[in-house]
Write a protein that binds this ligand. Structure first.
Ligand SMILES: NC(=O)c1ccc[n+]([C@@H]2O[C@H](COP(=O)([O-])OP(=O)(O)OC[C@H]3O[C@@H](n4cnc5c(N)ncnc54)[C@H](OP(=O)(O)O)[C@@H]3O)[C@@H](O)[C@H]2O)c1
Length: 269
């Protein structure tokens, strides 16, 4: 490992996402735009992140693309996720082409339906996603903010489950039954807003953090990693990016995990 890199770099655990190896700790880009987004992504790469998460809706794909064109890291070492907003139903291929052009990529690692179109499963879009994947434009396909029943509807219509479901997920708003439902379907659970969606002052988190000599934020990220949840975290600051990445170094005890699982208000699985 390059010892000039901060703690955590090069040691981010991975999981299988539809046949593609996906880092379990990735860099989120919302709401960064323009030069700030480019700089942030380049900084994230330099401290050790390899997954960058964007979306058509974030209007920063071109800025992320500038970072991808600037970095000396080969494309094959990077994992690029973007998302199609549901208002693009019916123009899936055009949206994909626009994302690829803005990002300067000839393929995506992961393409997600950003949320269920009109509350429906979006079967016609899902068929287009499958076609794009089969044509090699996308390595893995998935969804975001989908409940179990809509995921099942996609499977019933096409025989294919999403590789990933990215949802708002953290100690205070996780649902073990949902996690188990994803696991049984071989859908990799991915957490967005892990810090923003968490009461970082909660005494349980504060207690675990104190015992590990870390912050509650670090503990939230480590808790996701313990559960093999692919966590996407954003910061515009190098020191915070490094700090967040170093959560891979934390090994939570079974007692820590039990206590944090209990914050959902649902008995842990
Ligand atoms: N699929 C979806 O519907 C969806 C929805 C929301 C988000 N996402 C994705 O998930 C990513 C992460 O979610 P998020 O941005 O909502 O929330 P988040 O990553 O949980 O939290 C980001 C906030 O926490 C701050 N922060 C980060 N690390 C910190 C640290 N070590 N110390 C202090 N403050 C810190 C950031 O501020 P600074 O930048 O000032 O450090 C920012 O205000 C997004 O960027 C996006 O890529 C997806």
């Amino acid at each position: 490992m390059d010892t000039s890199l901060p703690s955590g770099a090069g040691r981010v655990p991975t999981a299988d996402a539809g046949g593609r190896t996906m880092p379990l700790l990735g860099f989120g880009t919302h709401p960064l735009r323009g030069d700030q987004a480019t700089e942030a992504v380049l900084t994230a790469f330099s401290v050790g992140y390899r997954l960058v998460d964007t979306a058509t809706r974030y209007r920063n794909e071109a800025a992320v693309g500038t970072a991808l064109a600037t970095t000396s890291l080969p494309r094959s070492e990077l994992f690029v996720t973007t998302k199609m907003p549901p208002d693009q139903v019916g123009r899936e291929r055009l949206t994909l082409e626009e994302s690829l052009a803005a990002l300067g990529c000839d393929y995506l690692d992961l393409w997600l339906i950003h949320w269920p179109p009109g509350g429906y499963p979006g079967v016609t879009s899902w068929r287009e996603f499958i076609r794009a994947r089969d044509e090699g434009l996308v390595r893995a396909i998935g969804v975001s903010n989908y409940p179990v029943e809509l995921i099942d509807a996609l499977h019933e219509a096409t025989g294919e489950y999403p590789a990933v479901n990215q949802v708002r997920w953290g100690p205070g708003n996780h649902d073990p039954e949902f996690a188990e439902a994803m696991r049984r379907r071989d859908v990799l659970l991915s957490a967005h807003s892990p810090l923003r969606g968490t009461d970082l002052d909660h005494p349980v988190l504060a207690d675990v953090a104190r015992r590990h000599g870390r912050s509650a934020r670090d503990v939230v990220l480590a808790w996701n990693l313990h559960h093999k949840v692919a966590v996407t975290v954003k910061s515009a600051h190098r020191d915070r990016m490094e700090r967040n990445l170093s959560a891979v170094d934390i090994t939570l005890t079974p007692e820590d995990i039990g206590a944090i699982n209990g914050l959902s208000g649902v008995a842990p699985a």
